[in-house]
Ligand binder design. Structure first.
Ligand SMILES: C[S@@+](CC[C@H](N)C(=O)[O-])C[C@H]1O[C@@H](n2cnc3c(N)ncnc32)[C@H](O)[C@@H]1O
Length: 342
């Protein structure tokens, strides 16, 4: 067998995905000259302009919600699902605030294990640690960032970003000063934020994931499950949930039907504080139904809307048994999600 062919076969699936994206992009550039691509682009542009002219009360009727879902589905089908390493510091401030509020309830003597799976170049984990360590300077937090791609882990571990990097593009000068030391044109995450973070290459689908990463009291798996097929995403969620300690928190997104089915199956308890603000808290997910990654509008007529739109779930023990259909209130959670230091 040719060496190249062997290497491709043993390559982690995620790398094959990323290579496919590059190939598809090159193909896309060729396709853009095709009549069918141009026709779809025109229909999409005209449709989007008409949509944006309609008043909000029309767009929030059930007719337009259903129409929007069809447009979004067609858009995803047209664009195709794909993985990207795109990430930003302070990507979803409302989510970070909720996670900080959860950390505020963790008793002092607890050692809190925080893992970010699919961490890309580190912006999400560093942003989280900035919030957590600012709010709880004396809490022992062990932090782990994992991603299937080695070059993003190398960058995350360096903690260094250049002023042109997309990761920094949403930050104001005062925030840049709080997060980084700016030396010789490089922004370096401050030591008290970086301290003790472990960065590792790992595939979220690996059957050895628990051995590789260990359990977590807070596990984030944001913005990569939606790029998988529904079946693959659900299997991946199963794999990831095994890492979450009983009473711990699982923060994840992806296809809303898949996420809701999974949360119900495992009686995960949706944390209902700030659901709406967090659902729309990531500016890169605005623009529904015309953008691939966009978040659909909240449909509060659904009996399961809190489970569907929540970002943060608790892997409960006692309260989970009785509460599917009654998502937990933040005040319910005080006694959960903690583990005594060994
Ligand atoms: C869009 S980025 C999201 C980064 C960060 N979580 C955020 O929300 O800003 C998705 C990352 O997930 C990683 N990823 C995708 N599939 C993965 C898998 N099976 N295991 C581990 N990482 C994966 C990609 O390599 C990429 O760096």
């Amino acid at each position: 067998m040719a060496p190249g062919a062997g290497a491709m076969q043993n390559e982690p699936v995620i790398l094959r995905d990323l290579h496919e994206v590059v190939a598809r992009k090159a193909e896309g550039r060729r396709c853009r000259d095709s009549p069918s691509w141009r026709a779809r682009a025109i229909v999409s542009k005209v449709g989007k302009n008409c949509w944006n002219m309609l008043p909000n009360w029309v767009l929030s009727t059930s007719l337009f919600l259903e129409l929007g879902k069809l447009i979004h589905q067609a858009h995803v089908k047209w664009a195709g699902r794909h993985q990207t390493p795109a990430t930003r510091f302070l990507r979803n401030v409302r989510l970070l605030e909720l996670l900080r509020d959860i950390a505020l309830k963790v008793p002092d003597e607890v050692k809190w294990r925080v893992t970010v799976m699919g961490c890309s170049t580190g912006a999400e984990l560093y942003s989280l640690l900035w919030y957590l360590r600012s709010a709880r300077p004396n809490l022992q937090i062990t932090a782990l960032g994992a991603d299937a791609v080695d070059w993003v882990i190398a960058k995350a571990s360096s903690g260094e970003y250049s002023p042109e990097d997309d990761e920094l593009s949403w930050l104001t000068n005062p925030i840049l000063e709080s997060l980084f030391n700016h030396v010789d044109g490089v922004f370096r995450v401050k030591d008290w934020i970086r301290e003790g973070v472990r960065w590792t290459v790992a595939d979220a689908r690996s059957s050895k994931l628990l051995d590789e990463l260990g359990p977590a009291d807070l596990l984030l798996a944001n913005n990569f499950l939606g790029a998988m097929s529904d079946q693959e995403a659900e299997a991946c969620m199963e794999n990831l949930l095994r890492l979450v300690s009983p009473g711990g928190y699982f923060v994840f997104n992806g296809n809303l039907d898949v996420k809701t089915r999974f949360a119900k199956k495992h009686a995960l308890v949706a944390v209902n504080e700030g659901i709406e603000a967090i659902h729309f808290g990531d500016p890169s997910r605005l623009g529904w139904p015309w953008t691939y990654f966009a978040s659909e509008p909240l449909d509060k007529s659904r009996p399961d809307w809190q489970t569907r739109y929540a970002a943060v779930f608790m892997r409960g023990v006692e309260i989970a048994k009785s509460t599917m259909g009654r998502p937990a209130k933040f005040s319910d959670l005080g006694q959960y999600g903690t583990r005594r230091a060994s």
